[in-house]
Design a protein around this ligand. Structure first.
Ligand code: HEC
Length: 178
């Protein structure tokens, strides 16, 4: 039995079955580029805000209504919608009444994938070494395991030195007796 092949087949089946249930970022990418990219980027503010993390800022249902008709929401007194509108110089985002919920979910899935791919702000190595290597302990006296090892090393070296000096003087002692 070829386990590799079995593994690949099973994971492929799992992946494709979950793809049937979940939103499709590929569809979302096509929609995003055709309908949103003139004003939105995932990572940068253009005319509209960067869409990275938009799902943490608003519930999905809110986003769907906003994309379908943001001005209607603003006029009906939705506080969050009014806030976004005011923060973006009251530029009107055009309505997209023809997009259905599934398509907007696909766009959000694409935004999620793109956000995950986006380089983090401090991607330069060693820019914040403390954050990059949280397990790296600085060598201070507060680092007790290191200090204990260090002190023990010094003690061992002193013992070794004393021992060597003793051997030398013992040798001299023997030579004197010759
Ligand atoms: C003509 C420019 C324009 C287009 C095209 C556009 N938007 Fe917008 N979008 C805006 C502006 C401007 C805002 C800020 C809110 C406002 O001013 O009403 C915004 C806000 C948003 C918000 C709220 C973001 C937040 O951080 O709260 C979402 C979500 C959004 N747009 C999604 C989309 C999607 C999805 C598409 C494509 C289907 C799209 N937009 C197309 C201009 C645009």
């Amino acid at each position: 039995m070829n386990y590799n092949r079995l593994f690949i087949t099973v994971s492929w089946m799992l992946l494709s079955s979950s793809a049937l249930l979940a939103a499709d970022p590929k569809e979302g990418q096509v929609l995003f580029q055709g309908r949103c990219a003139s004003c939105h980027s995932v990572t940068k503010k253009i005319t509209g805000p960067a869409l990275m993390g938009v799902e943490d800022r608003h519930p999905e249902g809110w986003i769907i209504s906003f994309v379908k008709g943001s001005q209607a929401m603003i006029k009906s007194g939705d506080k969050a919608a009014l806030e976004v509108f005011n923060q973006n110089n009251q530029i009107v985002m055009p309505d997209h009444p023809d997009l259905n919920e599934e398509q907007i979910r696909d766009i959000l899935a694409y935004v999620k994938v793109e956000s995950a791919n986006a380089p983090k702000e401090d991607n330069a190595p060693f820019s914040r070494p403390g954050e990059k290597q949280p397990n790296l302990m600085p060598l201070t006296i507060y680092n007790f395991p290191f200090m204990i090892a260090y002190v023990m090393l010094i003690i061992i070296m002193i013992i070794l030195l004393v021992f060597l000096v003793n051997i030398k003087s013992y040798e001299r002692h023997i030579h004197k007796e010759d």
